[in-house]
Design a binder for this molecule. Sequence first.
Ligand code: ACO
Length: 335
Amino acid sequence: MYNSKIAGLGHYLPEKVITNDDLSQLMDTNDEWIVERTGINERRHIKKGSGDGTATMGVKASEMALKNAGIEASDIDLIVFATLSPDYYFPGSGVLVQELMGIGTCPAIDIRNQCSGFIYGVSVADQFIKTGMYKNVLVIGSENVSGGLDMSTRGRTVSVIFGDGAGAVVMTRETDLSKGILSTHLHSEGKHAAELSMIGPNTNHWIPELIDKNDPEDLSYYPYMNGQLVFKNAVTRFSEVINEGLNKNKWQASDIDMLVPHQANLRISQFIQRRFGLEDHQVYNNIMKYGNTTAASIPIALSEAVQEKAIKEGDKVVLAAFGSGFTWGSAIIQW
Ligand code: ACO
């Protein structure tokens, strides 16, 4: 029997910074509203023609993760790729990463669990490593959302929140069963599927049909979010799934050295921080500079936290996410 552990981390952000003032040139919004409701000061958007995309940013984050893990691309046994903004409708972005990195014919799985995608990916990798089937698994979260946002006033509630970027981890075997990923906890509730979604194009509403109609009133191909319902569900589910992980491992909230929440909204993270009685240095937030990068947010934050030595060996670390589906999850890690 093995545990799995995170052996190396990496992240990549596109260069182009979009401030709240930049957004106010495009839509009726302002820095004060955005900072007060979301805590976001700026985010990154891919520059057209730069070569950055969901898979290529995933490759850059992965190269850093491999270097930090001290292994070669050829050592990877499985790729798990989490995104809500794949390069193509099909195939998934995992196979594109495999080809770009020249990783033989290893399997590649795409995970479509949006903001919870990275934790679902970690859980999938953990199962394959624990059973002994694979030794080294590359888990990537990467998002190119900026091109699909409604950047007019009509889309402002959603568009100010999201940003582009990628994070990756190399997961490998841990023989000490008191270390590494101790447990993962996954949930979903499909009755709220429409409340945070982008439903077009879809198999009842194919792209040629959309082009034929060319209907400027058709909003199905822009993300939709019922912000208040998402907020209420997020704070409840985040708390539940963190408690589930703590209970499973007989940890108290006071044992947590670092909570890395999905960077949904700074107000959600602060609510969770208060609920668990954590100090500022026990919760890692970088949404202020990158916005919400959905499946990429946790691996980017985790990679930065390790780089800054905010997480070190021996720490008790909790990852938690909530997002579209609704889906949510946590991972309990003895670092
Ligand atoms: N700039 C300026 N004004 C705006 C903007 C904007 N970007 N967006 C909306 N408004 C206006 C509205 O039009 C409305 O104006 P009105 O009172 O004149 O009608 C007013 O602000 C309040 O609008 P609400 O939609 O009620 O705003 P709310 O207070 O709910 O805040 C928000 C919206 C920030 C989205 C909030 O609901 C929230 O935090 N929800 C959680 C959702 C979230 O964070 N999701 C993250 C992505 S999903 C995930 O990762 C899980």
